[in-house]
Design a protein around this ligand. Structure first.
Ligand SMILES: Cc1cc2nc3c(=O)[nH]c(=O)nc-3n(C[C@H](O)[C@H](O)[C@H](O)COP(=O)(O)OP(=O)(O)OC[C@H]3O[C@@H](n4cnc5c(N)ncnc54)[C@H](O)[C@@H]3O)c2cc1C
Length: 572
């Protein structure tokens, strides 16, 4: 018999969003029991690797109105404005709270919080703690969470299914990685805070664990995935590894150069004036690809790339503001940015799309909430502005924690034996897979095919014939993924079975992504089509909604929540 544990709410994910949700719930309800389930030890969540900073209004020359408009414009007018308004209003409070919990924001000489410039933001509003922001934020959250005895942690538990009763979410089935035993972790509400899915692509800044599990869990349970076609490429990844060189490097004054040594972004007109290196990520990534196509990419043993030049900033400035950039460049590409240019190229970084939620972090399934990168509220629309995501984890995480608790208080636990039965079935399914050796497909082979299919069909620049091919191929790969060849029968730390389940999740999402992309015949934000180069508000100002069916995703539309910021041409 599998083990059953009972809580008020269950949070899946121990990154920024999950921990913030847990703290919000635990603080408001000291008598409640909150389960925090994570497939890795919480401090290993991807949030830890964030470098550049978190956005919130902090200066006299800034306002919520400005932050809101920058975000709406950055989203190419696909962001939902009720969500954006709430976000910019809550952001300063959340970052100040984090300081109370121990996050050491960098300071100006007069003691005020120091902010730096980020792409697409009209003023300096990105709070930072040198260039190790994610580490400090996650540390503060994790340590603060440990003050609450009512947060019960399930570290290294892999959630494989949402448990439901009469269409309501009542808990999760999870595999304890250390023992191979299954658990039914029950709660009257569940929050998904499982992060993004960059690993669908071959070249990404994302950690190995970012396999979109939560998106796949919700999709299989009947919840829509929204706007999955919008994938953010960050302009500056290290060739080879994909390790991120933070946008803060440009925020602090770094230049991008081409093979001729020219600061080429000065020649790219984003519409008005010239933001050069401080353009938004989608536009800067496209400019780099255009340089490559014009024969001005730098060709070297690490492949075609552009150069990030920090040499003019000087050693003292780099050491003070960008020590991690220096460390990463030296360690992973053998370049000291004090003296040499860093090779960079655009790299998959962030999923704007995800589980369809609203301003309350609620999904369409009663009792199911989602926050952080797994969710699409939609704050980021067709293109996220750098440094909005960490703040989003806090704002949406807190909302999810509060609302899930409120929901749980007014809802029943469900039939425990029936829910246990559901988890037993899930356990039997996974047991049958473990080391079954029946199938003919290798995990690694299929993963590579998925990766190259997505890179070829859904890159920085796209066209509809290639997206249609990618969608077809992704569908075939998804079908083949039900025939995996697994050989490890052991229960203790069986990483093969985890890898198999992550792959199954990713191939499902890859298909949704390609099908959603192929249906959007316009260019908006990160979705740039050579065959439809213009934004088309008449026909495409809507969110794509993808629902699972046996034959693959069924697409539908959802209205964008507009507000006082009218759609206009996106210029910088
Ligand atoms: C290198 C890098 C740098 C970045 N820098 C910045 C920045 O400077 N500013 C900014 O705003 N944004 C930045 N981002 C984006 C931002 O960091 C992320 O979007 C954000 O941290 C995501 O947090 P999260 O809580 O949603 O998920 P994560 O931090 O990814 O955590 C996901 C959690 O879910 C758990 N989980 C997942 N699947 C399962 C499962 N099946 N079962 C159980 N648990 C599961 C994991 O164990 C983990 O605890 C950066 C991203 C990267 C990759």
């Amino acid at each position: 018999m599998i083990q059953v544990s009972r809580h008020d709410i269950v949070i899946v994910g121990g990154g920024g969003a999950g921990l913030r949700a847990a703290i919000a719930a635990a603080e408001a309800h000291p008598d409640a029991s909150i389960a925090l389930v994570s497939k890795v030890y919480p401090m290993r969540s991807h949030t830890v690797s964030a470098e550049g900073g978190a956005a919130a209004v902090a200066r006299d020359d800034d306002s919520e109105e400005l932050h809101g408009f920058d975000t709406v414009k950055g989203s190419d007018f696909l962001g939902d404005q009720d969500v954006i308004e709430y976000f910019v209003e809550q952001a300063p409070r959340e970052l100040a709270l984090l300081e109370n919990w121990g996050c050491p924001w960098s300071r100006n000489d007069d003691g005020t919080v120091s902010t730096r410039a980020f792409g697409g933001m009209t003023t300096k509003r990105t709070w930072y703690a040198t260039d190790k922001v994610g580490f400090h934020m996650l540390h503060a959250l994790f340590q603060h969470s440990m003050r609450f005895e009512n947060i019960v942690r399930y570290d290294e538990f892999f959630v494989t299914e949402l448990l439901t009763e009469n269409g309501e979410c009542k808990g999760v089935a999870a595999l304890e990685i250390r023992t191979g035993e299954f658990h039914a972790i029950l709660g009257r509400a569940v929050i998904l805070a499982t992060g993004g899915a960059g690993k669908i692509f071959p070249f990404t800044t994302n950690g190995t664990i970012k396999t979109g599990d939560g998106m796949a869990l919700a999709y299989r349970a009947g919840v829509a995935l929204k706007d999955m076609e919008f994938v953010q490429y960050h302009p500056t990844g290290l060739p080879g590894t994909g390790i991120l060189i933070t946008e803060a490097a440009r925020g602090e004054g770094g230049y991008l150069r081409n093979a001729d040594g020219d600061r080429f972004l000065v020649d790219y007109d984003y519409g008005v004036g010239n933001k050069a290196e401080l353009g938004p990520r989608d536009m800067v990534s496209r400019a780099i690809i255009q340089e490559f196509e014009a024969g001005r990419g730098i060709d070297s043993k690490v492949g075609l790339h552009a150069a990030l030049d920090l040499t003019h900033l000087g050693e003292a400035h780099i050491n003070e503001k960008l020590p991690f950039v220096r460390e990463l460049a030296k360690t992973y590409i053998g370049v000291d940015p004090v003296y040499e240019h860093i090779p960079i190229r655009p790299v998959v970084h962030y999923m704007m799309g995800g589980v369809d939620t609203d301003v309350n972090s609620a999904t369409s399934m009663p009792g199911l909430y989602a926050a952080g990168e797994v969710a699409c509220a939609s704050l980021n629309g067709a293109n996220r502005l750098g440094s909005n995501s960490l703040t989003e984890c806090l704002v949406a995480g807190a909302v999810a924690g509060q609302n899930a608790m409120d929901f749980a208080r007014g809802s029943s636990e469900g039939n425990v034996e029936r829910l246990r039965g559901q988890a037993e079935c899930e356990s039997a399914r996974v047991d049958a897979l473990r080391g079954s050796a029946k199938g003919s497909e290798q995990i690694s082979g299929l993963r590579q095919e998925m990766n190259s299919t997505m890179e070829e069909g859904c890159g920085v620049y796209r066209d509809h014939p290639s997206m249609a091919v990618a969608a077809e191929k992704a569908r075939e790969i998804r079908q083949r993924a039900s025939d995996l060849h697994l050989t490890d029968k052991s229960k203790v730390f069986n990483t093969e079975i985890i890898g198999a389940m992550e792959l199954v999740n990713m191939v499902e999402l890859a298909e949704v992504l390609a099908v959603s992309a192929a249906a959007r015949k316009e260019s908006r934000g990160a979705h740039t089509c050579r065959d439809f180069p213009k934004r088309d508000d008449t026909n495409f100002l809507y969110h794509t909604m993808a629902y699972q069916t046996e034959d693959g995703p069924r697409l539908d539309k959802k209205d964008v929540k507009l507000g006082h910021w009218e759609p206009q041409e996106r210029k910088y």
